[in-house]
Write a protein that binds this ligand. Structure first.
Ligand SMILES: Cc1cc2nc3c(=O)[nH]c(=O)nc-3n(C[C@H](O)[C@H](O)[C@H](O)COP(=O)(O)OP(=O)(O)OC[C@H]3O[C@@H](n4cnc5c(N)ncnc54)[C@H](O)[C@@H]3O)c2cc1C
Length: 438
């Protein structure tokens, strides 16, 4: 199969990128599972926006402080400055954000934000945004969507990408030739026993990058979310108790039901405090109390969390719930520049699999949907503006590559090992550097 643009992944970054590519281009989007099974659909809390110029310096500082000042300052500036246009795009697609009584957009707050600057739709913001993006994509005749189609590897010659080897929905292996390939494969939660991510998100884009020596960045920066619902049974996916619950007043208690921490610390600091408390108390969880949130606010803002907790046997209006940290987000990934270009010609990376340094060492809550959209659009714009420059494609013979991909299960296992080893090696390097500096 041949296409102008191959987008691998149908989360918010892949979809938004597709929507900003010129209509004259033939776009093929493939996705490992069904179209609704992406982390973008799971996002609860919301999406940040620069609500007015007066908030610019504080928003910038909050992002930098959360990221331990290791953030790429240019990327942060691009993200914040582009947020207004992204939100206008979303509104034009019919995304329904919460409004004040007078019709203005309503903003909420989450941990480590010094002000309210997060737009939300109940506690299912990601679903609201991604569904609307998907509806738009389905209307475009130049975009073909292939579900249950897995990228096995990218195809490259002399540091230039020519598409990908894929496992089709019928189990057959094939090659999709593309003039530009965009990796939008999401996070790495599937590598961890406890994660809020979909299990099939195993860092396949990063594995492909590793196999082809595409530059990676900040590989040890893995975010653990401080509060997911603890259950005695080992669950498929940890259920997130959104940060905005704490932003609206929820409290954390130790085993004696005493507050032990400032609930609005950045995620990594709060996670460390919870883990230390669990160790001290010798418990598998700490308690979270949603009762300080005014009842009306609780019901209208967090219906999904209330319903899930009820299904698990907890009435959040009457009792505390047990919460525990779990893997949540990958700040590192495939190194990209301000236009989402990777170190390989004709290969882009967007969304959680990419790393332009915007989050530094630790992501500020509700910055990732925004970052995914901002830099996905920039990838599309870069492709559109550079399109004329590419000459007639000379396709390398790829038939020999197919044999390598016959054993699907083995390949996927190898991918996981590759990514895990890279993360562990990067973490070990950080540790020895820190020890030396200390
Ligand atoms: C529970 C939860 C709550 C969150 N809440 C928020 C929030 O409130 N605000 C916020 O800003 N962020 C939040 N996030 C983070 C945010 O949702 C993600 O970072 C963002 O949606 C990532 O988008 P993406 O397009 O990069 O990846 P995803 O949406 O995860 O999409 C990845 C896509 O790649 C596909 N894929 C993967 N591997 C392959 C392969 N080999 N071949 C083909 N396809 C492949 C998948 O099937 C999927 O379609 C949350 C995340 C989780 C898990």
């Amino acid at each position: 199969m041949k296409t102008d643009i191959l987008i691998i992944g149908s989360g918010c970054s892949g979809l938004y990128c597709a929507l900003h590519l010129p209509a004259k281009m033939q776009i093929t989007m493939i996705t490992k599972s069904d179209l609704e099974s992406s982390d973008s659909f799971l996002a609860q809390g919301g999406i940040c926006m620069l609500k007015d110029e007066a908030d610019y310096a504080d928003y910038f500082e909050d992002t930098m402080r959360a990221g331990h000042y290791e953030n790429d300052r240019t990327s942060v500036e691009i993200m914040i400055r582009s947020s207004g246009q992204v939100i206008r795009d979303l509104l034009s697609y019919g995304v329904d954000f919460q409004r004040e009584k007078d019709g203005r957009l309503a903003f909420t707050k989450e941990g480590a934000h010094s002000d309210k600057r997060i737009l939300f739709h109940k506690d299912i913001t990601g679903k609201e945004i991604t569904q609307k993006l998907l509806e738009q994509v389905k209307k475009r005749p130049n975009i073909r969507l292939l579900e249950h189609t897995v990228m096995l590897d990218i195809i490259s010659r002399e540091n230039r990408c020519y598409g990908a080897a894929v496992r089709k929905a019928n189990g057959m292996t094939g090659i999709i030739r593309a003039s530009r390939t965009i990796l939008a494969t999401g996070g790495i939660g599937g590598l961890y026993r406890h994660s809020t991510n979909f299990r099939h998100l195993t860092g396949d884009g990063v594995a492909a990058a590793l196999r082809h020596k595409v530059a990676l960045y900040n590989m040890s920066y893995v975010q653990i979310h401080p509060t997911t619902l603890w259950t005695a049974d080992q669950q498929e996916r940890s259920f997130l108790i959104s940060e905005s619950v704490r932003g609206e007043g929820a409290r954390l208690y130790d085993k004696q039901m005493r507050r032990f921490v400032n609930e609005l610390l950045p995620r990594d600091e709060l996670t460390a405090a919870i883990q230390a408390q669990m160790k001290k108390d010798d418990t598998a969880f700490v308690w979270e109390d949603l009762r300080p949130i005014p009842p009306k606010e609780l019901q209208t803002h967090f219906p999904n969390i209330i319903a899930h907790c009820a299904a698990m046997g907890y009435d959040v209006a009457k009792e505390c719930i047990p919460v525990v940290p779990a893997q949540h987000y990958f700040m590192g990934g495939i190194r990209t520049d301000g236009h989402s270009r990777t170190s390989m010609e004709q290969l882009y990376a967007v969304g959680e699999t990419a790393c332009n340094g915007v989050h530094g060492k630790n992501r500020l809550a509700s910055n990732s949907l925004l970052e995914s959209l901002v830099f996905a659009k920039r990838a599309a714009q870069d492709i559109a503006s550079s399109w004329k420059r590419s000459g007639t494609e000379v396709w390398p013979d790829m038939s020999a590559d197919l044999k390598r991909y016959e054993n699907y299960e083995q390949l996927m296992e190898e991918n996981k090992v590759l990514v895990r080893q890279e993360i562990e090696a990067a973490a070990a390097k950080d540790e020895s550097k820190n020890r030396k500096e200390y």
